[in-house]
Design a protein around this ligand. Structure first.
Ligand code: XIL
Length: 370
């Protein structure tokens, strides 16, 4: 099976992924080519995750988004924890704010995420009292949310981080409230519901820890390939793998041949790939900024060189655009307390060596087949 045609898959993205930048992009801060323009040269896209507070309060940051990006995704506004303050209540305001921003600036919008084991409202676990109750809850959620964003979201991370081999569950699945309530079929249900509610949006399974040649990540890649093969064999409408790509500078564990083989194995299943959350932790590197920026750029380049060789790779999204806001300072802070520098722009919105490395690897990529 060959990957679904790129044109068919990106059809829903509208002007944002057109061959030339839309009007909103041309009159933005700078007329110099942004990362999305570099990605477009091989028929791919570049985007970034946007924090809802940055969107609401930092116009300087947001002025750079249309210059660099063709795609945006919300860090948290599309998750149960924000959308569902109460069982009978959907709160779309923060997510709608990003949807409106994307429309105003001719940007495509990714939806992240319909099912995750984290960031769920406290009432959810209490309501999962039976398989029937769980199915009703999941069905109502996905139908309501996907319908609300139908025609606006061009790609959904339908399920997020469903694998965790240490939980020793079938297929290496993570022991989550959805697995306990419905068994592995919760994944099938989520994909079918998304496909029937918005057939025009591309559907991804999104996962971290697939990047390095450490034994646990090698086992996780094998488990992901088995899961994807099983889903495809049973006609579950998954169309792509989202590789989060939370990379680490200074670990020297990127085996480019192994990573290339994994991408080829995913493509052989007829699936496409998006790098959905790329950033490069520098918390293992010394404090000196030139050292950190060089290490981050080298790791980003080594990873992108490989994945951009894959005809299945449709685009790259970084989990933030500027170091001014990165979840890594909460999740893996540096021991010296310095803010990390994992993203293409620095805290003053200036392009960094990682930006240069990304632009160069985008430019060197072979064009995608139409
Ligand atoms: C993170 C957000 O960036 C944070 O703002 C939030 O507090 C927690 O979630 N993998 C994912 C993302 O799939 O949803 C996570 O985003 C980062 C790790």
């Amino acid at each position: 099976m060959t990957p679904l045609s790129r044109r068919a898959l990106l059809a829903g993205a509208g002007a944002a992924l057109a061959a030339s930048p839309g009007p909103a992009r041309a009159d933005a801060l700078s007329t110099s080519a942004g990362l999305h323009d570099h990605a477009l040269r091989s028929g791919r896209f570049y985007g970034a995750a946007i924090d809802q507070t940055i969107l609401a309060t930092n116009p300087t940051y947001m002025a750079h988004v249309p210059v660099e990006c063709g795609v945006v995704v919300s860090e948290a506004a599309f998750k149960w924890g924000r959308l569902r303050p109460a069982p009978e209540l959907f709160y779309f305001a923060p997510a709608d704010a990003l949807m409106r921003y994307a429309e105003q600036h001719a940007l495509a919008l990714r939806g992240h995420t319909l099912v995750w084991h984290e960031d769920n409202p406290p009432w959810l676990a209490e309501r999962l009292t039976s398989a029937a109750a769980a199915e009703r809850l999941l069905t109502t959620h996905i139908r309501t949310v996907v319908r609300h964003f139908r025609g606006h979201v061009f790609q959904w991370d339908v399920v997020n981080e469903v694998l965790w081999l240490p939980d020793r569950q079938p297929l290496g699945l993570r022991d989550t409230l959805w697995l306990r309530a419905l068994g592995p079929r919760y994944i099938d249900l989520a994909f079918h519901l998304c496909a029937e509610t918005d057939p025009g949006a591309m559907r991804f399974i999104n996962e971290f820890g697939l990047d390095y040649s450490w034994p646990d990540q090698q086992r996780k890649r094998a488990a992901m390939l088995s899961l994807l093969a099983d889903l495809r064999h049973r006609g579950v409408p998954v169309q792509g793998l989202g590789m989060q790509a939370h990379l680490e500078a200074g670990v020297h564990a990127l085996d480019q041949k192994e990573l290339a083989q994994f991408c080829a194995d995913v493509a052989a299943l007829g699936l496409n790939i998006v790098i959905t959350e790329m950033d490069v932790r520098d918390n293992r590197l010394p404090a000196a900024i030139p050292v950190r920026d060089a290490g981050v750029a080298a790791e980003g380049r080594a990873f992108l060189e490989v994945v951009l060789e894959s005809p299945a790779l449709l685009g790259v999204v970084t989990w933030g655009l500027s170091d001014l806001r990165t979840w890594l300072d909460e999740a893996w802070p540096r021991t010296d307390g310095l803010p990390q520098r994992p993203l293409p722009l620095d805290r003053e919105m200036r392009r960094k060596p990682l930006w240069e490395a990304m632009a160069a690897t985008f430019d060197a990529a072979l064009p995608l087949q139409k």
